[in-house]
Design a protein around this ligand. Structure first.
Ligand code: GLA
Length: 756
């Protein structure tokens, strides 16, 4: 049993394989958070907590005359508000009388088999009765406002999900001003906070900072989860490393404005809250109406960050992704964007597709520029019909020709946006988000369609469905290329305008749901100028997301490293592009670009005709190698072996869960003379087994020929040797040493296979 309740119905213990979460109703009816961490036997953890009369921490009315009881001090499971807890709160309300207080007391609990549902929102799903739900109802005795704290316990997966259902049982309309999905109080311990910050073309860079006596806020107000911050944060012990120490993950399954707050209070306890960003959020609830918050996925690891990441990788792969491509092999694609941008016609596209086929790709993707009169990024979004000037004979004919080459066909769309220079906008100017009396905010010269309006969603669905039905389209790249502003919906009353941002993203979910239901065989890939909407909620609709518009393999190392903390490799869209790179001008070997792109969904985004014959041979071999090791690369257990910038190389590893094989990848980022040798310890192998080792590298012959290169013979021997095998224990405890490699960003892969 994963949910245990004591005889008096006051102590709740949630158990997963390697974690325990405990809370208790106290004498005054408040639900206290007692514990989250490693195994504790059957203990009631109340003994850890001692109440004191703390000056300047007032006592709630229900505690009178006791002075040693204050909401400002006790660890809570979800906060009340406006009644003397001065720490960050998870909840805010304006009651019918205009007051802003709520005090949540325990009413009842219920245990249900399986996972609770959140209507119309993405969430972790239960597959075959693997979870249990605990629902705890709390109520404000003065107004009658109720909240239901929902917990989904996935015992075998070391995951607990949380969400909150707010029910207006009061007699008047109320306004929610903050509706956090969770809060948690750690009474003891000093923590670091790891967040993932960035910008367009540099997303999800891991940043670790200590939590001190202030409030740290990580948030997005951009209408999307954003390039700048990700709705995933980790709290970890100051001593935690990849393989050691306590770590807690909190991942919001939400793609809109969010806020995470972490505060260390005056007595050293740490509170973390996570949910919808409260700024500009104001949700009206009529009597008996309900508001459901998005969900948070919590996980705990006592064995460092790597295990925490693997917990998230598994739950996303198995319980968030629903597509038929959850387990089915994804095609290796060639995308037209960096190969031709807006400059193409039917003939040149077919040439690209032939090139793709010749290299061994499975899917040809026609990116932006095929619709309306779109020859640059200033027009036509919203006009989802083919531009026959560019593609003579229309899409069906082109798709058939690409299919005849033996390739699947995929297409780019940006359904949530509109250009003013489009038929759609000319016919329906009121469909774009705009505040009456103000000119619109423009981004990439485009406006955001108001997805909180059902007629907009209907129209977009019908228009794009027609395109998808007319031809054999098997892949869709769904892009979003600006942030949201001008929040307004004239169909709602003025006191409901604070609902538009959330209603907009709920509308996006509804539209996506319609597409994935109507086209279950299409592989959808998300995108938002690269990784501007890279979150678990989106993965509920599309199993992979283009990770960044920076296709340069070297900065990609930091982007993909940061992304891997929360998200599995199979979700990380990554392509080999041309050199010099179009974002940075950097020149890198094609082998290195492939090693990095293989740490993701893997594909190409270049014009094959511009490759040399030698490069083409290398690409064919890369695709063959990727396909051969697809399972290991996409679904193996993931290990980050270096931190970004810690050394002059980066390394990572995938090991199969059964320990039968492993792939070690190494990229040298800063070649040095007379360098310290690269030495890496493997992880996740069977210590008792022997493993053969295959080396895959492309060391430039010109470099090996440099007369003074002192390592030539060692390196040649390392690259050429065959039939090597080593004990798993030796590879993990001793490690492998790579002879000194020179050159521009060389990379290599070592493949280990357990001897039969
Ligand atoms: C965004 C995407 C790119 C490409 C362009 C097309 O920037 O991230 O991959 O599709 O749009 O305009």
């Amino acid at each position: 049993m994963s949910i245990i309740v004591n005889g008096s119905g006051t102590l709740f213990t949630l158990k997963t394989l390697h974690s325990v979460y405990q809370m208790k109703v106290d004498d005054r009816g408040f639900l206290r958070h007692l514990y989250y961490g490693n195994e504790i036997g059957e203990e009631d953890m109340s003994f850890m907590h001692v109440d004191y009369d703390r000056s300047f921490s007032p006592n709630p009315n229900c505690a009178f005359p006791v002075r040693g009881y204050s909401l400002d001090v006790i660890p809570q499971e979800y906060t009340s508000c406006g009644l003397s807890d001065y720490r960050v709160s998870s909840f805010g309300v304006i009651n019918g009388d205009g007051s802003s207080a709520a005090e949540f007391h325990f009413v009842s609990y219920e245990i249900r088999k399986g996972k609770y549902q959140i209507p119309a929102q993405p969430a972790v799903f239960d597959e075959g009765g693997e979870s249990e739900t605990l629902a705890i109802t709390l109520e404000d005795p003065v107004t009658g406002l109720q909240i239901e704290l929902l917990y989904g316990v996935f015992e075998a997966k070391d995951v607990i999900t949380r969400a909150v259902r707010i029910i207006n049982h009061t007699k008047e309309p109320i306004f929610l001003t903050k509706a956090g999905s969770m809060s948690i109080d750690f009474a003891y311990g000093t923590f670091d906070l790891i967040g993932f910050h960035g910008r367009h073309t540099l997303e999800r860079v891991a940043e670790r900072t200590p939590i001190e006596h202030n409030v740290k806020v990580i948030r997005s107000r951009r209408g999307q989860s954003s390039h700048q911050h990700n709705p995933f944060v980790i709290l970890c012990g100051r001593d935690a490393t990849e393989d050691f120490g306590e770590c807690y993950g909190f991942m919001l399954v939400y793609s809109g404005n969010f806020r995470a707050e972490a505060e260390m209070d005056q007595f050293g306890s740490t509170r973390l809250t996570l949910g919808i960003e409260p700024e500009n959020f104001r949700w009206k609830l009529e009597p008996e109406e309900v508001f459901d918050t998005p969900e948070v996925i919590l996980s705990y690891s006592s064995r460092g960050l790597a295990q925490l990441s693997r917990n998230y990788h598994r739950i996303i792969r198995q319980n968030i992704i629903r597509s038929k491509y959850r387990y089915a092999r994804r095609p290796v694609l060639l995308n037209s964007w960096e190969g031709s941008y807006f400059d193409f016609d039917e003939k040149s596209l077919l040439k690209l597709a032939e090139g793709a086929r010749d290299l061994g790709a499975d899917l040809f993707v026609l990116d932006d520029g095929w619709f309306g009169v779109r020859n640059d990024d200033n027009s036509s979004l919203g006009d989802w019909f083919v531009n026959e000037d560019k593609i003579k004979g229309g899409l069906p004919a082109l798709v058939a020709k690409v299919n005849d080459l033996g390739l699947k066909f995929g297409i780019w769309v940006e359904p949530e946006m509109v250009n003013e220079d489009s038929d759609l906008f000319r016919e329906h100017p009121d469909w774009a988000l705009q505040i009456p009396g103000r000119g619109p905010v423009r981004g990439r010269n485009q406006l955001v369609l108001n997805m909180s309006k059902p007629e907009v969603r209907d129209h977009i669905f019908n228009m794009i469905s027609k395109v998808l039905k007319e031809s054999n389209i098997e892949y869709v790249k769904w892009d979003v290329n600006r942030n949201v502003a001008d929040l307004y919906n004239e169909q709602l009353s003025p006191d409901r305008q604070g609902e538009v941002a959330h209603r907009h993203i709920l509308g996006v979910y509804e539209l996506l749901e319609r597409f994935v239901t109507a086209f279950p065989d299409i592989l959808f890939e998300g995108c938002s100028g690269g990784g501007g909407r890279f979150d678990a909620a989106m993965m509920y609709y599309y199993p992979q997301i283009w990770c960044s518009d920076d296709t340069d393999a070297i900065p990609r190392l930091a982007i993909q490293h940061g992304t891997s903390f929360g998200y599995p490799i199979s979700t990380i869209g990554a392509h080999v592009s041309a050199s010099p790179n179009h974002q940075t001008g950097r020149i890198t070997p094609i082998n290195t670009r492939a090693v990095v792109a293989m740490n993701g969904t893997f594909g190409y985004e270049l014009d094959p005709a511009k490759l040399t014959e030698e490069e083409k041979t290398q690409v064919r071999e890369q695709i063959r190698f990727f396909k051969e090791h697809y399972e290991l690369i996409q679904n193996g257990s993931y290990y980050r072996l270096t931190g970004i910038g810690e050394s002059y190389f980066e390394a990572w590893e995938q090991a199969s869960e059964d320990q039968g094989e492993a792939l070690l990848s190494i990229v040298i980022t800063d070649t040095q003379p007379n360098a310290q040798l690269i030495h890496v310890k493997l992880k996740g192998l069977d210590p008792a087994a022997r493993y053969s080792m295959e080396v895959h590298a492309d060391v430039d012959e010109r470099i090996l020929a440099i007369p003074d290169y002192p390592g030539t013979s060692q390196l040649k021997e390392f690259l050429d040797q065959e039939g090597r095998s080593y004990q798993g224990a030796a590879l993990m405890s001793g490690g492998v040493t790579i002879p000194w490699i020179m050159g521009n960003y060389p990379a290599l892969q070592l493949y280990f296979k357990k001897a039969e």
